[in-house]
Design a protein around this ligand. Structure first.
Ligand code: FAD
Ligand code: EPU
Length: 289
């Protein structure tokens, strides 16, 4: 009716792990198309960089932002910008974060360089408040447009209860576009900060993976959080393999696909880690279903 493109596709091709069976994928580029897609049960797919999708796929519609929702307007809004503090036009939730960061660097616009190296889309990175110890998505947000079957609303970070790896936005509320709140700097200075933040990734595996499996737990002993990778490493689990999935020998909080891994292989490794690490850790990967 609204012209949304609908295709049955293997979801593995949309994920960085390279695992996942088929589903009906709805490519939506307008609010009308999104509203139509939301008429039946759905899930939202971003860059697929945090997902472990079942080999059987999922029964729900899978919504993927595309077209205008994958475009970016980095023109500064004069009405909202003052001095060094500037606000951009709308950046679509389907925009890949790495390319956005490169564009901001060339423009000498600062605030988001701490998120360098995260292979997400803007919407997924906002929904998870993706980040590193050098910064997170909420460092650079002015307005967030959120769509639900009940309608469209625009919120600011102050309206949300956000924190470490959490935006406070409920599941299946779609981040369709955002306006960025940035600081005028220079391309050289932004590049330097990006390179500094990127150094932290030297020890991360360059293989098919959904990134870190567990959030870093906060314990009475480590109130600021302790690396889950360090805990899994100390439990002696680096290099442990189930089927074609492995706990990375480079960084123990990454599960990698050696080629032909199944979701069941990954689930088994997650279970083993939980059993062997004596500290309660919250899963960061999202398991579909
Ligand atoms: P997906 O994986 O597609 O989806 C994740 C969740 O977001 C799902 O619940 C999905 O429904 C929801 N979602 C996606 N798009 C939208 C949208 N538009 N609106 C509402 N909800 C949406 N994460 C970090 O925080 N820091 C890191 O340093 C980091 N490093 C990584 C390194 C590698 C090599 C990899 C593979 C991953 C890494 N990650 C990291 C994990 C991952 O990139 C983040 O969790 C990211 O936020 C996931 O975004 P995505 O667009 O890929 O979302
Ligand atoms: N460590 C080990 N063994 C390991 C892994 C780490 O001993 O196998 C030690 C390191 O030597 C270091 C400490 O643990 O002393 C911290 O490690 P690292 O710098 O890799 O940081 P992290 O806390 O393990 C976090 C994020 C990453 C992010 C990096 C860099 C979480 C769960 N992880 O990892 O985010 O890229 O910092 O800022 O918060 C993700 O969320 O998916 C992710 C990859």
């Amino acid at each position: 009716r609204t012209g949304a493109r609908v295709e049955r596709q293997p979801l593995a091709r949309f994920t960085t792990l390279g695992v996942g069976g088929e589903a009906e994928v709805w490519f939506v580029g307008t609010h009308e198309q999104l509203a139509e897609a939301m008429e039946q049960p759905y899930r939202v797919l971003g860059g697929g960089s945090n997902l472990v999708i079942a080999d059987e796929g999922v029964p729900e519609r899978v919504i993927r932002l595309s077209g205008p929702f994958a475009e970016r307007d980095l023109e500064l809004d004069p009405a909202l910008s003052a001095g060094d503090g500037v606000v951009t036009g709308w950046v679509g939730g389907g925009v890949p974060l790495p390319g956005l960061l490169r564009a901001l660097q060339k423009l000498g616009l600062s605030n988001l360089e701490g998120t360098v190296g995260i292979p997400a889309q803007v919407g997924g990175a906002v929904w998870m408040n993706a980040g590193t110890r050098y910064g997170e998505m909420f460092d650079g947000l002015h307005t967030i447009e959120i769509v639900t079957p009940a309608g469209v609303r625009q919120v600011t970070p102050d309206d949300l209860n956000w924190g470490y790896r959490n935006s406070g936005i409920p599941r299946n509320h779609v981040v369709t576009q955002v306006r960025l709140k940035l600081r005028r700097s220079t391309p050289e200075a932004v590049l330097e900060r990006m390179e500094h933040a990127d150094v932290a990734r030297k020890g991360q595996p360059k293989m098919k993976t959904p990134g870190c499996a567990f959030k870093n737990p906060r314990t009475p002993e480590f109130p600021d959080g302790v690396s889950a990778g360090r805990l899994i490493d100390q439990a002696g689990l680096k290099g442990t393999r189930v089927g074609n999935a492995m706990i990375s020998p480079d960084h123990a909080n990454f599960i990698v696909n050696l080629g032909g891994a199944t979701a069941a292989d990954v689930h088994a490794l997650l279970h083993l880690i939980r059993e062997r690490v004596g500290v309660a850790m919250e899963l960061e990967y999202e398991l579909w279903p």
